[in-house]
Design a protein around this ligand. Structure first.
Ligand code: HEC
Length: 150
């Protein structure tokens, strides 16, 4: 069976080995001390805005979310941290899993609109950075009663 496969097929199967078949925690650990290189401002916010808030934005009512799970919103840091483990399991890459579940393949070109374009896909490097940023950020001190943080 394997002998009859084209070499490119065998290579493709090999690349799949690291992929999780169901959402799996990446097991990413923030170094101690936290290097503080990935921040909400320089990574988290632009990542979520480019890839996720088309569907996961707290301003979108149910019918505008294209099925995105309610209470899973990433338009502010506070909201993002509420479900950071789920985000890691859906979109992060780390030592224990490579998750490519989010974003899907079809996206709206306007937040909340119909699925009319291919989603931009994060690079593997961005997925690794996502897992690392979440692992670090959830342990940083935050004061979300301060209206300035969003
Ligand atoms: C095109 C709309 C769309 C985009 C863009 C999108 N999602 Fe989703 N998301 C969904 C849908 C639909 C579901 C529910 C179905 C499912 O779990 O596959 C979902 C579910 C989720 C869940 C919840 C899973 C759970 O624990 O129940 C998380 C977390 C999530 N998405 C994170 C993300 C992240 C992070 C991004 C950006 C990288 C993203 N999503 C981009 C539509 C979207």
């Amino acid at each position: 069976m394997v002998a009859s496969m084209r070499p490119s097929t065998v290579i493709a199967l090999g690349l799949l080995v690291g992929c999780a078949t169901k959402p799996t925690a990446t097991g990413t650990v923030c170094p101690d001390p936290d290097p503080n290189t990935l921040t909400y401002e320089n990574f988290g916010k632009p990542f979520m805005t480019r890839y996720c808030t088309w569907c996961h934005d707290s301003h979108l009512v149910h019918s505008q979310r294209n099925g995105a799970t309610i209470y899973h919103d990433v338009d502010t840091l506070e909201l993002t941290l509420r479900t950071w483990q789920h985000i890691d399991e859906q979109a992060g890459i780390g030592p224990k899993a490579e998750n490519f579940f989010m974003p899907g393949s079809q996206c709206p070109s306007v937040a909340g609109g119909p699925l009319d374009k291919n989603c931009d896909q994060p690079t593997d490097e961005e997925r690794r950075n996502l897992a690392m940023w979440l692992a670090c950020e959830h342990n940083r001190p935050h004061n979300f009663s301060d209206a300035g943080v969003d």
